[in-house]
Ligand binder design. Structure first.
Ligand SMILES: [Zn+2]
Length: 410
């Protein structure tokens, strides 16, 4: 009797623990890492605007044989942080030219970390592959375009940075009437509540556009229309783009968690995209029609494919890569620049850096490395010419598409 009761209890416990584990089965392969409920979100391990500035000056002082130029190309809207461009190689060259930009959204920071690692290599290393890049590719960076958004503030759930810049819409600044409506992308930041602009909707394919009474009718009210360069951050970026006229523009972002596809439920570590405006989208200004060109779109697909292929090699922990959803956003940096003849690549790394979607400290090193590999292999692909040998159709046919978005497994 006693024995029977004991085995009944044992059976119950076994069943109970099985049912627990069945309930605990995550909705996706748990290749996280996820932030734990009690894990405090601390962002100090990632660079602040001050630390970035210090680091850039340190690297510049140690750079070999005048390889690197460090320039201030603008200042942020409210805290007036310098916005830096880091330049390797000349704009006036027959070499391919690459422009890498990070942290246009202040809470999307790992592209900055990866860029600093790459800048350090380019500035200091005499490794033959690095030297080959320097000899054959011009590469300019803006690491942290939006330093105001990158300033840490406290929230009830932990520390955070924010997506938007911090800026008050002041029509008089542009010579406009006091009652002039702001662009649609001026609003309170979703995390901080601070008024500002989504800098990544503030671009227009006509790069010389200045917001003034003559251009006030271009202030957009919907996202299908381009922006008007209302922010000093977007103007700093477009000045660098206009000076360099790059063959390729790379913009580095983060998004929340997705799985690879309906068929593959591995957690995405990265999403990529080669096209952010439709084939038939045209923006006309002053007699010029801005549109995507087939050559640059093909190069975009080659670059995105190269990065995808690089991340699939060997036993890569970064193989869960897919294509970002199709969008039509001419007011993004990528959109406007792609309508000016540049190939583009968007990085959307897993994990937003604030308490509502944070992936935790452990992921930061991994995802920084993933972006480093992508950026480095891209420069190698241009230095060796291999990027031009990739079939652009690989992008459409081989990179998984249609990733469902998921919440955190409990
Ligand atoms: Zn972003």
């Amino acid at each position: 009797m006693r024995k029977t009761a004991f085995s009944a209890l044992l059976t119950f416990l076994l069943l109970f623990s099985f049912s627990i584990s069945a309930f605990a089965e995550p909705q996706s392969k748990p290749n996280g890492p996820w932030i734990q409920p009690n894990q405090e979100v601390k962002l100090e391990s990632l660079m602040s605007p001050e630390q970035l500035e210090e680091k850039l000056h340190q690297i510049n002082e140690r750079a070999r044989d005048g390889r690197m130029d460090l320039e201030v190309v603008g200042h942020s809207a409210t805290y007036e942080y310098p916005i830096y461009a880091v330049k390797f190689g000349e704009a006036d060259t027959d070499n391919p030219k690459v422009f890498i930009q990070t942290q246009i959204h202040g809470d999307e920071q790992l592209g900055t970390e990866a860029s600093i690692d790459l800048i350090q290599q380019l500035a200091m290393s005499n490794n033959k592959d690095i030297v080959e890049i320097l000899d054959n590719v011009t590469v300019w960076f803006i690491p942290m375009l939006n330093p105001d958004g990158a300033v840490i503030f406290d929230t009830p759930n932990g520390q955070s940075k924010q997506r938007q810049n911090i800026q008050t819409w002041d029509p008089a600044e542009y010579g406009l009437d006091e009652g002039t409506s702001a662009p649609w992308y001026y609003r309170p930041d979703s995390v901080s509540g601070e008024m500002g602009f989504d800098v990544n909707r503030d671009f227009h394919p006509h790069l010389d556009l200045e917001l003034s009474p003559e251009t006030a009718d271009l202030i957009p009210s919907v996202s299908s229309q381009p922006g008007v360069f209302a922010t000093p951050e977007a103007r700093a970026s477009r000045d660098v783009f206009a000076e360099l006229q790059p063959d390729l523009f790379i913009d580095h972002h983060h998004r929340y968690s997705n799985v690879v596809s309906e068929e593959d439920d591995s957690l995405n570590t990265l999403q990529v995209i080669a096209q952010v405006v439709n084939d038939d989208t045209m923006v006309s200004y002053d007699g010029v029609d801005y549109q995507l060109e087939e050559d640059s779109l093909n190069l975009s697909k080659q670059v995105n494919s190269l990065v995808y292929q690089s991340l699939q090699k060997g036993n890569s922990p970064f193989s869960a890569v897919s294509r970002y959803p199709e969008v039509n956003l001419p007011g993004t940096a990528l959109g406007s620049y792609s309508m000016n003849g540049a190939a583009i690549m968007l990085y959307e790394t897993r994990g937003q850096q604030h308490p509502y979607g944070h992936t935790g400290q452990k992921a930061n090193g991994q995802y920084t490395k993933q972006s480093y590999i992508g950026l480095y292999e891209t420069l190698r692909g241009f230095a060796t010419g291999e990027v031009y040998e990739i079939d652009p159709e690989f992008y459409d046919e081989e990179i998984p598409y249609g990733s469902p978005s998921i919440g955190r497994p409990n």
